[in-house]
Design a protein. Structure first.
Length: 246
């Protein structure tokens, strides 16, 4: 086959290094016909590829082959500012990646009191696309708000709410828990304006007392503890890249 490079690296090793499991698991992925190299389906286990030039997909999702590029999911704690270095000496993101040798950049930001998922990467093209409004990557939040949320609020938010800098619509809204004096809600939004979730909920009469971002596109916070990071790789990274057309 034309994709085979005798001087290259075994395909299962390349996939394992990209986060698709053990070499044995990657052999099973190849044998199942789930891998293409330069547009050709590969089922043979002896294929070797050049990671610098090959274009590999698993289940239709692009595989990141440049091992110099890394993307991390960070659970940003409350009280931490979304900057790698704060000139005023306030808590910043640098402490959470002090063990990394790469020069990482945060993708967008969470305001200091907002907790949850923040992506860090040295992949400039991925970061640029994730922050560009044309791709409209959805973000999911869980908010604790003042007051008991009425059932009709979801329709109001879906129809759109006018803020001082223009209207905003919520893609998905769920009441997780409604108590007499406070409620917990989950909402998905593809807006990136400053403080948009806090401003939106305050506008409809439910000021936010706690806000946690739980997902950015296909990347979920899951059980990641505050202050901890994990590498976004394999299928998860492939889905994130696909969400921005990579």
């Amino acid at each position: 086959m034309s994709a085979h490079d005798p001087a290259g690296v075994r395909l299962q090793k390349v996939l394992a290094q990209a986060g698709y499991g053990s070499r044995r698991a990657c052999e099973q992925i190849i044998a199942a016909g789930r891998v293409t190299v330069d547009g050709e389906q590969v089922r043979e286990l002896g294929v070797r590829v050049d990671p610098r030039s090959a274009v590999i997909h698993v289940d239709g999702l692009r595989v990141q082959l440049d091992d110099a590029l890394v993307t991390l999911a960070l659970h940003k704690p409350a009280g931490v500012h979304s900057t790698m270095s704060d000139p005023q000496g306030r808590p910043d993101l640098s402490a959470f990646v002090a063990d990394r040798t790469e020069r990482l950049y945060h993708v967008g930001r969470l305001d200091a009191e907002t907790e949850g998922l923040l992506l860090l990467t040295n992949d400039g093209e991925l970061a640029h696309r994730l922050m560009h409004p044309s791709y409209e990557v959805p973000k999911t939040y869980v908010a604790t708000v003042e007051g008991r949320v009425a059932r009709g609020l979801g329709r109001t938010l879906a129809d759109g709410v006018e803020l001082e800098d223009g209207p905003v619509r919520v893609d998905r809204f769920t009441i997780v828990e409604a108590m007499p004096r406070s409620s917990i809600v989950e909402l998905t939004i593809h807006e990136g304006r400053n403080h948009i979730v806090r401003r939106l909920l305050a506008e409809v009469g439910h000021p936010v007392t706690r806000l946690v971002r739980t997902a950015v596109g296909p990347v979920r916070l899951g059980h990641l503890r505050p202050g901890r990071t994990r590498v976004v790789e394999g299928t998860e990274l492939g889905r994130l890249m696909a969400a921005v057309g990579l």
